[in-house]
Every structure is written in C-alpha cells, then in structure tokens.
Write a new protein. Structure first.
Length: 344
C-alpha cells in the first residue's frame, strides 16, 4: 500500500514527521517522500543527518506553510498519500494567540483538504489529540474543528477516489513541553512541581503513534476517527519514576487543563465501535454500511460500545506502574538514563 507511492507529510520536520519517515524508509519502498514544513534550518538538518541523507534520491524538501493554499496545492502534485501532522500545539501559546492557532489548525486543515481534492490523492490521515474530545482550551477546540473538517471532506469528494480519516491519541512520551522532560530538568533541584496529585494522562510512545498511523493507512474506509487503546499514568507515579526521593509540590491546575484527558466522550461512544486494540468513532453522516465495516474492516469483528461508555485517562483499565514508567522513560527519552540514575 505504501511501496512505490509518493507521500507528503505536513510538519515533516517535527518529532512525529521524522519518526514516521524513518519508519517508512526502514520498512517500505516509497517512490518519493516530501517533507512540507516552514523551518529551513530543521529541513537542512534532516538533509544532512545520517538517517535521511542516504535516501536523498527519494527525499524532497518543500518550504511552505499549511496556511498557504497555493503552495500546498503545488506540493501535492503527483502525490498519493498525505499525512497531516502540522499544528500549533502549545496550549498557553494558543490561548495567548488565538487566531494564530485558528489560522494554522483550522484554516490550514481546510487548505490541506482542498489541495488533496484538487490533486490525485488517494488517502489523507490527519493527526488529532485527546484534547479535541470535549475541549476546554482553544487548542483542543481548533483540533476538534479540524477533525470535523477532515471527516466531512468525505461528503463532498464526488467521484474522486480519495479517503479522509483522523487518528486521535494521547500524550506522546517525551514530547516538547510535556511533563516528563520538565521533571527530568527539575530533578537536580530536588523539588518536582505538579499541578494536582489526582491528575492522570494517557501515554503513547512516538514509535507506537507512528505504527498506529501506518496501520490505519491500510484499513481506513474514510470518515473514521481512530483511537488506540493505550495505558494511562498518574502524575505522582511519573514523579516517583524520575526521582522517588524528590519533594513533590502541588501548584494547582493551569488554565485549560483537565484532571483526566478524554479520547471518547459518553456522547461519542453512542457512535463508536470497539475492536481488540483500538476504537473507531463513526462519521456523523453515514458513508458506508456500518455492519459491513464492523465485520470486514479488521480481521476480527468489532462491536458497538456500551451505552454510557467513556474513554478517559482516569477510568482506563490499564495504568502504568512506577517501574514500567521508569523503563519507558529510559528507553524512549535521550539522556534520561543518566539523569534518573544519577546520585542513586
């Protein structure tokens, strides 16, 4: 499905983009990979890196912003698969610069859709976030809007052979601005500030997120929001995993934060199907035979979620232990081993 295809990824110089491209290069034989982003320095660093330089015959680097509809349209010429990962993601920055977030996350999403419809694109997957479920901050609201745009794009594709779907998952372990790099930085001070001792979050590694997107490229019918079954953690356990001797100081929940992140609300669950290792939130407009989808979209038949079901990080059945968290942090975050085991 990926072999001999041309793939464009918006936000291709970000953490997800680089890991996605690295995974594709390792496991498939694409015809061309286009990195579409606005940071020329990051693109230069990618071109010179030992990971991507050996593949320069099939790698292309386009300077461009998803806000620029004409540039997107030109970049998508002769492309079959689009992964939309570009976004403004920092909650405080979005609150302070609201329309900038709207321009990138909403207008940019529609630009991606329009450019895909105007070219011979076969499949488009947009990355979402747990903050898009019942959002209480602007970032989440813009991503919910983006999700709706991509799902609805299937309604007006006409006779085009194109599918739009969304992948929604929780916090990527070690992502910029997240709690684990913050705690690692604070460890040397002996005090770890936490917002609320009751707080929980979903957890997924960067590689797991990439693999989930690749899997859904294969099984997407168009219009789904795919949600993986992933573990949760308690914020206190993260603190213990990084420094069990540190003092924990509770500082209060920041504006726009939740105690528990959601990925499927009770209202969403009415139109959600559960499979062995993931859920699918169905499109609000029926696009295909739902019974057939339950039976045939996966090797194992799915089932509708029970009435009143909600999937959030607080009611999750799988919580990571302190030891599991410590091992994951050491394995997935560069330099974490030295920091965690220093002075122990």
């Amino acid at each position: 499905m990926i072999d001999n295809k041309s793939i464009l990824i918006t936000g291709g110089t970000g953490s997800f983009g680089k890991k996605f491209i690295e995974t594709i290069l390792k496991n498939y034989s694409p015809r061309k990979i286009i990195v579409y982003s606005r940071d020329e320095l990051k693109q230069f660093e990618m071109q010179e890196s030992a990971t991507f330089n050996p593949h320069k015959k099939i790698m292309r680097y386009f300077i461009g912003d998803v806000r620029d509809a004409n540039r997107l349209k030109r970049a998508m010429e002769d492309v079959e698969i689009v992964i939309h990962a570009a976004a403004l993601k920092q909650v405080p920055a979005a609150e302070y610069n609201p329309f900038e977030a709207v321009m990138t996350n909403v207008i940019g999403a529609q630009n991606v859709i329009d450019a895909a419809l105007d070219n011979s694109i076969e499949k488009v997957i947009a990355l979402s976030t747990d903050k898009a479920a019942a959002p209480i901050n602007l970032y989440g609201a813009t991503k919910l809007t983006s999700d709706k745009l991509f799902v609805a794009a299937n309604n007006f594709k006409g006779k085009r052979e194109i599918k739009f779907s969304v992948v929604r998952y929780g916090n990527v372990m070690g992502s910029r601005g997240s709690v684990i790099p913050f705690f690692l930085k604070k460890k040397k001070e002996g005090v770890l500030p936490i917002t609320d001792k009751r707080m929980t979050r979903f957890n997924i590694t960067l590689q797991e997120g990439v693999d989930f997107v690749v899997e859904n490229l294969e099984r997407m019918w168009g219009g789904e929001i795919f949600v993986p079954k992933i573990p949760s953690y308690n914020i206190l356990d993260v603190a213990k995993a990084i420094d069990p001797e540190a003092e924990v100081k509770e500082v209060g929940i920041r504006p726009g934060e939740k105690l528990h992140e959601e990925m499927i609300t009770a209202t969403d669950s009415i139109n959600s199907i559960e499979f062995d290792d993931y859920f699918v939130i169905l499109p609000s407009t029926q696009l295909w035979d739902i019974d057939k989808f339950k039976q045939e979209s996966n090797g194992i038949s799915g089932k509708f979620c029970e009435f009143g079901f909600a999937y959030n990080s607080g009611n999750n059945k799988h919580f990571l232990s302190v030891d599991e968290l410590r091992n994951l942090i050491v394995e997935n975050i560069e330099g974490a081993r030295e920091i965690i085991y220093s002075n122990q």
